[in-house]
Design a binder for this molecule. Structure first.
Ligand code: P1T
Length: 379
């Protein structure tokens, strides 16, 4: 079979069902499997926390799309992150985290992992030298989001991988904003890819899920052991929804990128907008690195509004086609105020976001309709 992304998205891990010929993997909504005598497993399945055929189809698909050896599907992005932390770290270990990241990821380190003795410090990962300066003897993970949430910062994955590996640490890349269609971190030297499959992978705002993909089969085994031991697995229907979403990822992403690029241009020229964050803009500090490591620049755009927090909140309130809500990556456009919504848990930390910031998840509706809505919302 050809290795092109679009083909893998539709076929990897998804041969016709051996029992019926169904061309789409069925939703195996089942907890346990009849054994032919004790230990006599028919298809290798024993209990659906350990493995389930629909989830296996998704896990094999995700591994293929990221160019990895092992994929693991979880109940949410944060469940995937938690499994990774507890697999890769013991008390006293240290993690470098980015100065811009999803608020829930920050909360997992600052409010949960820290209580279990994991140390963390913050670095501007868009500057490889800053990552190098943040490393300690017991740094086991360097954690990167690129593009980052919500400021669309870009980290040079290959450069930071070299620095992390030089210190014996693993590089983790949260690839949620890009998706594997736009960026493949493992090929650039990352050790672990994290996804909130809730976002572009699912693509329709109808499922919460997460994933880990790794290139090293041994690490994959360790993660699978912890996934089964901790139990926050993706259910069969959720796995099926993500599989269904992934089939159209390439065509959706192309439209997300085209629409976001036009939105960024409109915002850049608008008198009520003081700053636009979109890696596709030539003036973005990460533009060249993004152009090198991404196929296109993604569907997320953030901007600052003249007039401060109240003005930013008013833009969110006035938007109509852009639905006011958390999350991102669905076919429908969303708008939100990170300071009061997705990133409220980072208030008072190094990851606090500007209070005049608005974040857009640009959907795949008509470009003209989207531009008209933003123009009226900006007033
Ligand atoms: O929500 P969940 O599926 O648990 O995924 C967490 C997560 C991880 N990584 C990134 C980059 C994310 O953006 C998220 C979730 N983010 C939102 C809900 C949001 O609106 O930003």
């Amino acid at each position: 079979m050809t290795e092109s992304f679009e083909t893998l998205a539709i076929h990897a891990g998804q041969e016709a069902d051996p029992a019926t010929g169904a061309v789409v993997p069925p939703i195996y909504q089942v907890s346990t499997y009849k054994q032919d005598g004790v230990g006599g497993l028919r298809g290798g399945y024993e209990y659906s926390r350990s493995a389930n055929p629909t989830r296996t189809a998704l896990e094999e698909n995700l591994a293929a799309l990221e160019g990895g050896r092992r994929g693991l599907a979880f109940a949410s992005g944060l469940a995937a992150e938690d499994c990774l932390l507890r697999t890769a770290l013991v008390p006293g270990d240290h993690v470098v985290i980015p100065d811009d990241a999803y608020g829930g990821t920050f909360r997992l380190f600052a409010k949960v992992a820290e209580r279990w003795g994991v140390e963390w410090s913050v670095a501007d990962t868009s500057d490889p030298a800053a990552v190098g300066a943040a490393l300690r003897d017991r740094t086991k993970l360097v954690w990167v989001e690129t593009p980052s949430n919500p400021l669309l910062g870009i980290t040079d994955i290959a450069a930071v991988a070299r620095i992390a590996h030089g210190a014996g640490a693993r590089l983790v890349v949260d690839n949620t904003f890009a998706s594997p269609y736009l960026q493949q971190p493992l090929a650039l030297g990352a050790d672990v890819v994290v996804h909130s499959t809730t976002k572009y992978m699912g693509g329709h705002s109808d499922v919460v899920g997460g994933a880990l993909v790794v290139g090293d089969p041994e690490l994959g085994e360790e993660l699978a052991f912890h996934q089964n031991s901790m139990g926050a697995v993706a259910g069969p229907f959720d796995a099926w929804l993500v599989l269904r979403g992934v089939k159209t990822l390439a065509v959706r992403m192309d439209r997300h990128c085209a629409n976001a690029s036009r939105v960024a241009q409109l915002l850049e020229a608008h008198s009520q907008v003081t700053e636009v964050f979109y890696p596709g803009l030539a003036g973005h500090p990460g533009h060249e690195v993004a152009a090198k490591q991404m196929r296109a620049f993604g569907g997320m755009v953030s901007f600052r509004v003249a007039g401060g927090e109240d003005a930013a909140v008013a833009v969110c309130d006035r938007a109509r086609l852009f639905t006011l809500g958390e999350s991102l990556g669905g076919v429908e456009s969303l708008i939100e105020h990170p300071g009061r919504m997705t990133h409220a848990s980072a208030a008072g930390s190094a990851l606090e976001v500007p209070d005049d910031l608005v974040r857009l998840s640009v959907g795949i509706e008509s470009q003209e309709d989207l531009l008209a809505d933003l123009t009226q919302a900006l007033g």
